[in-house]
Design a protein around this ligand. Structure first.
Ligand code: FPP
Length: 231
């Protein structure tokens, strides 16, 4: 690893470009997601080796249901297979956290999510968060509903309270958001949490994203001067 890197505590990654990766090879889009899932698994290891405390991957957004059913099913299948792997990994140090509304997911997925979450809850290693049926706006709506359901008065509502009611409660602040594939948008990912994050946009397509790309993004982050609204 290059010297003088400031390692972010929490990195958010938008895994974009799977479809284009497949198209470039004349393959179906699902082939891109299969490769993207492999990259995701390797990336957790790169983050762990680098000393990152927490990494959040955007796997499926609240808007992704608009995709063809076959593609949605393929992504859910990959996610289900990963949960099977994760169940075998709960003896290891990683803690798994799932962000988003699980309600529309299948009963089988909901059950696997609960098992993996509970079995890894006390683990002290890297926190691997998977945002699935996640939307930043939905995250805020969900937080507001939970505050209102508790009959909390308006003058008690502050930023800290809202943060505590988001799916990311108890996670460190997001320091760095990486989006590969050349797009320069947040696409409803961690919109509250990323208020002071640094953004690094890269041209590499997600399935091709490697250790050197992560190091490049962290090097860029290290060069930025974070002032948090100060001078
Ligand atoms: C965006 O690329 C990618 C997705 C919407 C799905 C990401 C899913 C995975 C990487 C696999 C499943 C996840 C886990 C956690 C095992 P795109 O399809 O929008 O690419 P494009 O912009 O090139 O079309």
């Amino acid at each position: 690893m290059p010297e003088n890197l400031i390692v972010p505590r929490h990195i958010g990654i938008i895994m974009d470009g799977n479809g284009r990766w497949a198209k470039n090879r004349g393959l179906p889009r699902t082939a891109g997601h299969i490769q993207g899932a492999k990259t995701f698994k390797k990336c957790v290891g790169y983050c762990r080796d680098m000393g990152v405390e927490c990494v959040t991957f955007y796997a499926f957004s609240t808007e992704n249901w608009k995709r063809p059913k076959a593609e949605v099913d393929a992504i859910m299948k990959l996610f289900s297979q990963y949960l099977d792997d994760a169940m075998k990994m709960t003896e290891e140090d990683a803690k798994f956290v799932f962000l988003g509304d699980p309600e529309p997911l299948s009963d089988e997925l909901k059950k696997k999510i609960r098992i993996v979450t509970d079995a890894s809850a006390e683990n002290k290693g890297i926190v691997c968060c998977i945002a699935i049926n996640y939307g930043g706006r939905d995250d805020i709506v969900h937080a507001v509903r939970s505050i209102m359901n508790d009959n909390i008065s308006a003058d008690e509502v502050d930023e800290a309270l809202i943060s505590e009611r988001l799916y990311t409660k108890n996670l460190p602040e997001v320091d760095l958001i990486i989006r590969p594939s050349g797009e320069q948008r947040l696409s409803n990912f961690l919109i509250w949490q990323a208020a002071y994050a640094e953004y690094v946009f890269m041209d590499v397509l997600w399935p091709d994203f490697g250790k050197s790309d992560l190091e490049e993004a962290v090097a860029e982050y290290s060069r930025r001067n974070r002032r948090f609204g100060g001078i």
